[in-house]
Design a protein around this ligand. Structure first.
Ligand SMILES: Nc1ncnc2c1ncn2[C@@H]1O[C@H](COP(=O)(O)OP(=O)(O)OP(=O)(O)O)[C@@H](O)[C@H]1O
Length: 201
């Protein structure tokens, strides 16, 4: 398994956001995106998820080209953006279960809730959650449905220290299991032995 970008460029609103961007990631690799507000981190993550088309360059999964909006690519990744996609009328457990499509999902669900210390909130409707609790519910979805590629846009926002530790552990476990993680961060989430892409100023 490998995920690679060759000479990617992206234009948004008529402006060149980045160009000539390349990487190649193998199982267990992590790529950290750094840079100031507006430098292009979220844009790259959206492009890698297939939500945006590159102006130039190509993405490859196992050396096969990845088309934008490809259902096959969508099925191999988790994307966590700035907004928490929790459904307010569903409980925490139902929100996490909603993301779990695999057989044996009950075990994965219980582990996902436990990892983010959500057991006691499992039956709480999501509309009653604090912002950090909503974020933990979103992150638990990563664990409830294993997928090889995680694309995380500032996943630590709203988390206290203990929960940032849980997030860092989840990323480490994902990598140890052969997953790939690409995340944007302003420095609040520590990722060991990661490649770094600095979008500069
Ligand atoms: N929907 C959009 N349409 C046009 N331009 C956009 C759109 N979203 C973002 N941009 C522009 O793309 C550039 C990169 O924005 P992006 O959101 O990728 O930055 P970022 O590095 O993730 O910033 P932040 O740290 O604030 O999240 C900025 O100039 C921004 O104005």
């Amino acid at each position: 398994m490998c995920f690679a970008a060759d000479e990617l460029a992206c234009v948004r609103g008529g402006r060149l956001v980045f160009e000539a961007l390349s990487f190649r990631l193998a199982p267990g690799d992590a790529l950290v995106l750094r840079g100031p507000n507006g430098s292009g981190k979220s844009t790259l993550l959206r492009l890698l998820a297939g939500f945006l088309r590159p102006a130039a360059g190509i993405l490859r999964w196992d050396d096969e080209p990845v088309a934008a909006a490809s259902p096959e690519h969508r099925a191999r990744l988790h994307f966590v953006g700035h907004a928490d996609p929790v459904k307010p009328l569903l409980s925490v457990a139902e929100n996490v279960r909603f993301a779990s499509t695999v057989a044996g999902g009950a075990v994965a669900l219980a582990q996902a809730l436990r990892h983010f210390a959500l057991d006691e909130l499992a039956t709480t409707p999501a509309r009653f959650l604090s912002s950090g609790q909503k974020r933990r519910t979103t992150l638990a979805r990563l664990l409830a449905s294993p997928r090889p590629l995680w694309l995380l846009d500032e996943p630590g926002v709203g988390l206290d220290r203990a929960n940032r530790d849980r997030l860092e552990q989840a990323i480490a476990d994902h990598r140890a299991g052969g997953g790939i993680c690409i995340l944007a961060t302003h420095g609040d989430v520590a990722v060991r032995d990661a490649y770094v892409l600095d979008f500069g100023s």
